[in-house]
Design a protein around this ligand. Structure first.
Ligand code: 6PG
Length: 237
């Protein structure tokens, strides 16, 4: 089921969903498994979460939707942005980063998949997946129009992807797979700005093509999907 919330403050609305989703997971299961995203929506949400929200930090298991193939100290590292903003609030053992610096990204994807299974059970199910929307219609690091963005249908959880040609930064990545989008209990997609209006309309209303527009995987989700957009991003809906 997908909902579109058109709001004046996207980070604030996403923070409210973060709090609701993690509180519900903790009440139901004693813990909440969250995948943090990269991209432009990450830092504003982290800053908002540090305001007066009640977040069950000590009950969180933190994963990442995707990571660039760079060291954790790099300006481009999604983990670095999260660590500097808020990960000191989370138990170190509960932070499951994707090691972008690994020399063998397939081996790292396999390690991270095993970690997901060991932590969350098999098959693993995230309580909350945070996502941003790329200009080409990508989510995670499943870029538009490349065969490697297709679902293999074998329950694969994490995969390496080649450097995108249309999207910055043009570095190889590690990414979670559509399986974890489809099975997450809640997915929150944050979308800001007029430049995302046409692609958001395509995600929600365009002809279905999961390779040409991987964000359409949201249509297949079994959990709750909330698209939190500002009025400029929602102007094509
Ligand atoms: C990343 C991402 C990616 C991002 C989108 C949207 O590491 O780049 O996790 O999926 O969310 O590319 O990014 P923008 O919000 O910067 O357009």
């Amino acid at each position: 089921m997908s909902e579109v919330a058109v709001v004046p403050d996207v980070a604030r609305a996403a923070a409210e969903l973060f709090v609701e989703s993690t509180a519900g997971a903790v009440a139901a299961r004693g813990t909440a498994a969250v995948a943090l995203t990269g991209g432009s929506t990450a830092a504003p949400l982290y800053a908002e979460l540090l305001k007066s929200w009640t977040v069950p930090w000590e009950k969180l298991q933190i994963f990442f939707t995707d990571e660039r193939a760079v060291p954790e100290t790099s300006e481009l590292s999604n983990y670095r942005i999260a660590r500097e903003a808020l990960l000191e609030k989370v138990k170190p053992a509960a932070v499951h980063r994707l090691r972008g610096e690994a020399s063998d990204l397939q081996q790292e994807a396999d390690r991270a998949a095993a970690d997901l299974r060991n932590t969350l059970g098999s098959p693993p199910r995230l309580d909350l997946m945070l996502l941003g929307l790329g200009p080409d219609g990508h989510i995670l690091s499943l870029f538009a129009g490349v065969p490697e963005s297709a679902d293999r249908g074998d329950g694969e959880l994490v995969r390496p992807t080649a450097a995108p040609t249309q999207v910055e930064p043009k570095v190889a990545r590690l990414t979670l797979t559509p399986f974890l989008v489809v099975t997450a209990r809640t997915v929150v997609l944050q979308v800001c700005g007029a430049k995302k209006a046409a692609v958001l309309a395509r995600v929600l209303k365009g002809p279905e093509d999961l390779v040409a527009c991987p964000a359409q995987w949201l249509r297949k989700a079994s959990g709750r999907v909330v698209i939190v957009a500002d009025s400029a991003a929602a102007s094509g809906l």
